[in-house]
Design a protein around this ligand. Sequence first.
Ligand code: NAP
Ligand code: GCO
Length: 262
Amino acid sequence: MDIIKKFSLEGKVALVTGASYGIGFAIAKSYSEAGATIVFNDINQELVNKGIKAYAEEGIKAFGYVCDVTDEQMVNELVEKIEKEVGVIDILVNNAGIIKRVAMIDMKAADFRKVIDVDLNAPFIVSKAVIPAMIKKGHGKIINICSMMSELGRETVSAYAAAKGGLKMLTKNIAAEYGEYNIQCNGIGPGYIATPQTAPLRTQGHPFNNFIIGKTPAARWGTTEDLVGPAVFLASDASDFVNGHVLYVDGGILATLGKQPE
Ligand code: NAP
Ligand code: GCO
């Protein structure tokens, strides 16, 4: 097989959760460009319609469904509907996620649980729903969107770090348990990426903005475009012997202690 074909997603069905915009949208768009049929979900019809329109503006006929990824019954019904209306899911990207930034001792337990529910329990629920058909089909790719917080803590993100740290280990466990069925489960650990989720940190003059630029060897915030090459690689035949790995796409943040102050 020539090397370019190894990166092709022709004929594959890819479900990217929470992909009306942001990182999920960019990954789904790149998968479409690589030949995949795109399926995505969001928590209400208005956002799904917005997503379908956004894909159409890129020339992509995406299949959008309303589904709260934390609701197991909704997820099981979603997967059944996709298998009937589109096809068996070959590629799953567990992208949907939330963050709540608050000092741990001020955080309500209900809010902590909510972040864990979306960022960790949901990837478990959705992966559990798609793996049986992947086993039957003889292949599958699961990509979990991890984080710098899969490796590092920082003030105000205790729930998110706990969830993303758990997601790294869930990634390794799915790889360990289902690798023999030709299912590869890997993570992508984005650095600090300019999306709606980080918008509050990027406002002019926000101390975090310059902190991150200083902390990142690439000396810039990442863009969703920085993630699409690694995402296509992990969804393609080119990564069939890569399993249980978290590929950090962070401009070098995890490689450095940070520059000494001038
Ligand atoms: P975002 O702009 O906030 O988008 C998150 C997406 O997830 C939205 O489409 C949101 O839909 C959806 N979502 C949230 N809860 C959901 C639920 N219960 N069911 C279904 N969909 C749900 O975030 P992003 O920056 O693109 O991040 C995407 C993923 O990358 C997240 O897992 C995030 O933790 C991770 N990540 C982000 C960065 C970064 O710097 N941006 C870095 C590392 C990792 P609604 O519009 O309905 O809320
Ligand atoms: C934060 C940010 C980060 C990014 C990302 C980094 O408040 O620290 O939101 O958590 O979202 O996860 O990889």
